[in-house]
Design a protein around this ligand. Structure first.
Ligand code: CR1
Length: 833
């Protein structure tokens, strides 16, 4: 059907004039919410506004889809079990370039714009860094005009909401969909069937060839829910496609007719379970059958969706890998390697060798962790019961792979066992990282140090086999959300001086370097930070009832709670400073507010106790009249994207204190630095590169290096010796053991202190003195406000490398071979607004 799309441009629902925006908003309140202003709730207003913005995104979205369809361009498919998007409304306004205009429209209608933005429940479909990285990446892909789709799971419950009760973490379910989600569009017409369980059979096809058929025990439907992802001031609107599981029919009539009504409904319920809830473990495998089903579910739906697109574009199957570059975001989607093989072999009857070539040329794998407890392995019996056909295929991949290894490393049986896709030591497991490595043409780590350590350690044998597959892609974060949206005053201070080209090309911030020497600029810079701190202090008071002084240094450690991230090292320093202040009230240190935020996996008991440790130490110090507000300790509840947007702009100091060699990259470290916080950190993950960029003199370094950590462990590490020889450390540990921070209950933190004294796997004691000394240096530096501000400016303006635009450009050039496809809006040939 021919159609004239031009009218959509000036339609009430698409036009970007103030008048039409206002009219659109009132129309949506009336026609979608069915409300008149007198009866409308804040949520009605939020939804009406969201729909008004969505209306204006649709033209770009439809134009983008049409352009891609016609160009047949190479498409990046980013497969990720997590997308931690954060609220959409503000970001869409920023990327469309209408934030200020819409604010005015809303305020002219007598409404509070900030309140409407705050009304959006954030889609927390991720745990931490890995999921947020995926979100930054799809923002950058759209901004760079790369044809791309994000594929994942539409969890009904995202990451739990954290509350603090009596100093302990409590979890509440995240009902993010309860008020409706205006940003998604369901596409039931593109539903996919996914098989699970059952067994396989051999049969002979009409040409007399032996083939395999999978007879599943159950089938579930995957329904795609699409969300448009705008590029920053481009016409591009890419798609985030998340799959929801459903039963194929609302009732199984066979069961129903047998009179088993409950049995029939039960089947529906179990099908819907697959996309019900995000597993809240960060860097720890859960080993649950439902988790494997989730992984397979979204991977199978996504690959079938790609095959659907290939068919409508009339592209032959043999060119699958030319049409699609598929990135595996960690091992969670690694089953895709076996699934694409199965689809090609069993459903499209492609020969093994051809299928394997397509598969290897399609996939690339990003590793995100060096922690052994996070490397996914599935027990063979469990795997066989969920994916019997895939296990056969994996065995076949493995046997061909090991033949190749045997030839290359003649007689090296130990190496074969190490490389095998099957872990045969004791109980047998499928090693998902090995499947990902074998099935991909590229393997990357997420910071230079991490990529090196992969080659030396976790993936050493694969590196020796295929050195050409290995590369580094240092992470990045989007300056749209993490600067413009969260820190508008800093962004306008910057744009006033150098224009706004930096938003797409963050290296341009370097033009501001000379301004670090300009006293007026430094004053403005300090004032912006100060105003952000005042706003955050008010937020803290509202959330926790704790009063903090915006004049004090705001020292943040926000990230998932984990022993390797060492929030408890931070606490040991706080106790030692507290001790010294009590002994010597004249100690010359600037007032400091120590702020923590982060969730603990509900089953990770040590992490939960670390939260209790922070809140308990806070309770004592915050009330101690001797301290007179010179130090405060605050646990900010429910750290997520929304609270992060308030935190990074208000930070003076960023704590990045993991044991060297443990944090793959970190991305919060980048957000802090970009917003002018100084870092105290170890040489771990991307800290190494941040220090390189901002200059060693603008970074507070402490602790052992990854090599030293390795050497110390090899020579035998005895934490008790540090306790015995360092009186300050002994003092701190003894206070904890004596119950000073637990109302005399000597048992409350015994597990933690005993663990440190006798094992200390993350070497807190080895780094303690170096950390305390470095913190003293931080305190001294903060007393010189001028110099501190200079360092703050240099941190921000030298953080250009850490834009996710740079990361994505490198992925495109080096791994995906993907090129931009600028979008012409339908019905016109003009430039984007
Ligand atoms: C890493 O721990 C990194 C992010 C994103 C995390 C963190 O250092 O910045 O990935 N890994 O690459 C992870 O969640 C499951 O592994």
């Amino acid at each position: 059907m021919e159609q004239n799309t031009a009218p959509y441009r000036e339609h009430n629902r698409t036009s970007l004039t103030k008048e039409k925006l206002k009219q659109g908003f009132l129309d949506n309140l009336y026609f979608i919410q069915g409300k008149f202003p007198t009866l409308a709730s804040r949520n009605d207003y939020y939804l009406a506004l969201a729909y008004t913005i969505r209306d204006r995104m649709l033209h770009r979205w439809i134009s983008t889809a049409t352009n891609y369809y016609e160009s047949g361009a190479r498409t990046v498919c980013y497969l990720s079990a997590e997308f931690l998007m954060g609220p959409h409304l503000g970001n869409n306004l920023v990327n469309m370039g209408i934030f200020g205009m819409v604010k005015e429209v809303v305020e002219e209608l007598g409404l509070n714009f900030e309140e409407l933005l705050a009304q959006e429940e954030e889609p927390g479909l991720g745990n931490g860094g890995l999921g947020r990285l995926a979100a930054c990446f799809i923002d950058s892909l759209a901004t760079l005009e790369i044809p791309a789709l994000g594929y994942g799971i539409r969890y009904e419950f995202g990451i739990f909401e954290q509350t603090i009760v009596d100093g302990w973490q409590m979890e509440k379910t995240d009902k993010w969909l309860r008020n409706g989600n205006p940003w998604e569009v369901p596409r039931p017409e593109w539903a996919q069937e996914v098989r699970l369980g059952g067994h396989t059979e051999q049969y002979t096809d009409e040409n007399g060839r032996l083939r395999v058929r999978w007879v599943p025990a159950k089938i579930v439907l995957g329904i795609p829910y699409d969300t448009p992802i705008l590029g920053y001031r481009t016409n591009t609107a890419n798609t985030l496609r998340l799959w929801k599981s459903e039963a194929p029919e609302s009732f199984d009539f066979e069961v129903f007719n047998r009179g088993d009504y409950y049995g029939a409904v039960d089947q529906k319920v179990t099908s819907e379970n697959i996309s019900k809830v995000l597993y809240p473990n960060d860097e720890q495998l859960s080993g649950k059958q439902l988790r494997l089903e989730q992984q397979y579910f979204f991977v199978s739906c996504s690959l079938r969706d790609m095959l659907r697109v290939l068919a409508i574009q009339n592209i032959p199957l043999s060119r699958f890998h030319e049409k699609f570059a598929v990135q595996l975001n960690d091992t969670h989607p690694a089953i895709a390697v076996a699934e694409l093989m199965r689809l090609l072999l069993d459903e499209y009857l492609v020969d093994w060798d051809d299928a394997w070539e397509i598969t290897q040329r399609t996939f690339a794998y990003t590793n995100h962790t060096l922690l052994p407890e996070a490397l996914e392995q599935w027990p063979l019996p469990l795997f066989a019961s969920v994916l019997p056909r895939h296990l056969e295929i994996i065995f076949e991949i493995n046997s061909r792979f090991l033949d190749e290894v045997r030839i290359k490393f003649l007689g090296d049986e130990a190496r074969l066992a190490r490389l095998s896709l099957i872990n045969e030591g004791g109980e047998r497991y499928v090693r998902m990282a090995h499947l990902a490595c074998v099935g991909s043409h590229a393997i990357n780590g997420v910071a230079e140090l991490h990529s090196e350590l992969l080659k030396q350690d976790v993936l050493k044998d694969f590196y020796e086999l295929w050195p050409e597959k290995f590369r580094n892609k240092t992470n990045g974060v989007t300056p749209r959300r993490w600067m413009i949206l969260s820190n508008p005053s800093l962004a306008s201070l910057v744009s006033d001086r150098i224009g706004n080209g930096w938003v797409r090309d963050l290296e341009q911030l370097r033009q501001l370097e000379p301004m670090a020497d300009d006293a007026d600029f430094r004053k403005e810079w300090w004032d912006v930070k100060r105003a952000n701190k005042v706003a955050f202090a008010q937020y803290i008071f509202k959330r926790t009832g704790i009063l903090v002084d915006p004049e004090s240094m705001f020292d943040f450690q926000v990230k998932r709670i984990h022993e390797y991230k060492r929030q408890h090292l931070n606490v040991l320093h706080i106790i030692s400073l507290y001790r010294r202040l009590k002994e010597n009230p004249n100690l010359e240190v600037p007032p400091r507010t120590f702020l923590f935020g982060g969730k603990a996996a509900p089953g990770y008991h040590t992490a939960k106790r670390m939260i209790k440790l922070i809140t308990s130490v806070g309770e004592v110090i915050n009330r101690d009249p001797d301290i007179r507000d010179r130090i405060k300790v605050v646990f900010v509840p429910n750290f997520n994207v929304t609270t992060g947007q308030k935190i990074y702009p208000a930070a003076d100091l960023s704590e990045q204190i993991s044991t060297a060699g443990k944090e793959a990259s970190g991305t919060g470290n980048m957000k802090f630095s970009m917003n002018g916080a100084l870092t105290i950190g170890t040489l771990d993950g991307a800290n190494v590169e941040i220090r390189e960029e901002v200059g060693a003199e603008n970074f507070f370094l402490f602790g052992l290096t990854a090599d030293e950590v390795y050497a110390l462990r090899a020579s035998g590490y005895h934490p008790y010796d540090y306790y015995n020889t360092n009186p300050h450390l002994k003092d701190v540990i003894d206070l904890l053991r004596g119950g000073s921070f637990s109302r005399g209950d000597a048992d409350l933190f015994r597990g933690l202190t005993d663990g440190l004294l006798h094992h200390d796997p993350y070497l807190l004691f080895a780094d303690f003195q170096s950390y305390v000394d470095c913190q003293e240096e931080v305190s001294r530096a903060y007393l010189d406000r001028d110099h501190w501000t200079r360092m703050s400016i240099l941190n921000a303006v030298r953080s250009g490398k850490f834009s996710s635009d740079r990361s994505i450009r490198q992925y495109c050039e080096d791994i995906w071979k993907a090129e931009p496809v600028p979008i012409t809006l339908l019905g016109q040939n003009e430039e984007p607004t």
